[in-house]
Design a protein around this ligand. Structure first.
Ligand code: NAD
Length: 334
């Protein structure tokens, strides 16, 4: 049987990629390779367990011997596993370097030794750093501004070395801010939805004017699967949407789905010492391959907020930590 491995497949984006792969590659064995950190949830892939072609390997991408065994015989590897939360990266940056840089290295070396035919590496637009005007294209110089984005840029440097030295069959994608169901509630949409669900206030850092582009996880997964088939080896593809909003606007949209006026549920607190004001990417390159987002945040938000309300019991332990008001951690907009 041909085989596809998805690292981080029990996390937010990885589970959407797994959905798309199961649908589009019905004749393949699919292996989810995941350490099951706090950000993963077995329920993210539970709907797939009836599918006998799927196997979950619980393990660490930094475990090179295990990585070799997992990718042995794989035709495709989609590498999405990472520590992904910017705020955690300020407090525990070594874990980010270990997972995102060393872990990517271990995966690439395992793929090289086992002769994997094609690899898609999932990166982020945060590697470009702040983009105040216009949009970064794939040739823009990397300028990461926090330990998370620095570790993702570091991972890309490893990839670059493997491309040049070994001519490895790797395609890299840089996604903008991804939203959707199954995201751990440290990110804006799930966290604000759950805060309102328990009657708490939404804490906005600074004036809430930081801007992000929002792309649905389903659209991101579709782009990744398209590039598995059609992406040019060695190339980088930005994957982004045109849906750009200030955080405060997104907070207002979430409040509205609950029937609240934003002013009644928001609380402003001092901003982080440094908070990228805007990210923006030019995704013409992948659009030339026929991809475009099918969902848009404005219409899609009620579906997503509704999912977090319905699934609030799965986050009850986290919700029990919501004290007095708002979020006591600095909210990551990723
Ligand atoms: P997530 O935190 O929800 O999921 C990450 C997954 O990786 C989890 O299932 C976790 O258990 C797994 N993982 C972590 N460390 C591991 C290790 N050492 N070994 C094996 N598995 C491990 O993150 P996400 O938001 O789904 O992001 C997935 C990928 O997409 C990441 O590479 C991230 O950098 C990238 N990305 C995310 C966004 C976004 O907005 N969320 C945007 C662009 C790119």
């Amino acid at each position: 049987m041909p085989k596809i491995v998805i690292t981080g497949g029990a996390g937010f984006i990885g589970s959407h990629i797994t959905d798309h792969i199961c649908e589009q590659f019905p004749d393949y064995d699919v292996v989810v390779f995941d350490k099951m950190t706090y950000a993963a949830d077995i329920r993210n892939i539970q709907h797939l367990v009836a599918n006998e072609r799927i196997e979950l390997v619980v393990g660490d991408i930094c475990d090179f011997d295990l990585a070799c065994r997992v990718v042995d015989g794989a035709d495709y590897v989609v590498h999405a596993a990472a520590e992904s939360h910017v705020d955690n990266s300020f407090g525990n940056s070594l874990l980010f370097t270990m997972t995102n840089v060393y872990g990517t290295h271990a995966m690439m070396e395992a793929c090289r030794r086992m002769g994997v035919k094609r690899i898609v590496h999932v990166s982020t637009d945060e590697v470009y750093g702040e983009v105040l005007d216009g949009a970064a294209d794939e040739s823009t110089v990397l300028n990461p501004t926090n330990p998370y984005s620095a570790s993702k840029a570091g991972a890309e440097m490893i990839i670059s070395g493997y491309l040049h030295s070994y001519r490895m069959p790797i395609v890299t994608v840089r996604g903008n801010n991804i939203y959707g169901i199954r995201q751990y509630p440290e990110k804006i949409i799930p966290r604000f939805s759950l805060l309102l669900e328990c009657g708490k206030k939404l804490t906005i850092h600074g004036a809430g004017n930081n801007r992000r582009h929002f792309l649905a996880a389903e659209d991101f997964a579709a782009a990744i699967v398209l590039l598995m088939r059609k992406g040019e080896i060695g190339e980088i593809y930005n994957i982004g949407s045109e849906d750009e909003f200030e955080n405060i606007i997104v907070a207002g949209m979430i409040a509205q789905t609950f029937g609240y006026a934003l002013d009644d549920v928001v609380e402003y607190v001092p901003d982080r010492p440094f908070n990228d004001r805007r990210y923006a990417i030019d995704s013409r390159k992948i659009r030339e391959l026929g991809w475009a987002p099918e969902r848009h945040l404005l219409d899609d938000l009620p579906r997503v907020v509704g999912w977090y309300r319905e699934n609030a019991p799965r986050f009850r332990r986290l919700m029990a930590t919501f004290e007095g008001h708002g979020s006591d951690i600095d909210l990551d907009l990723r």
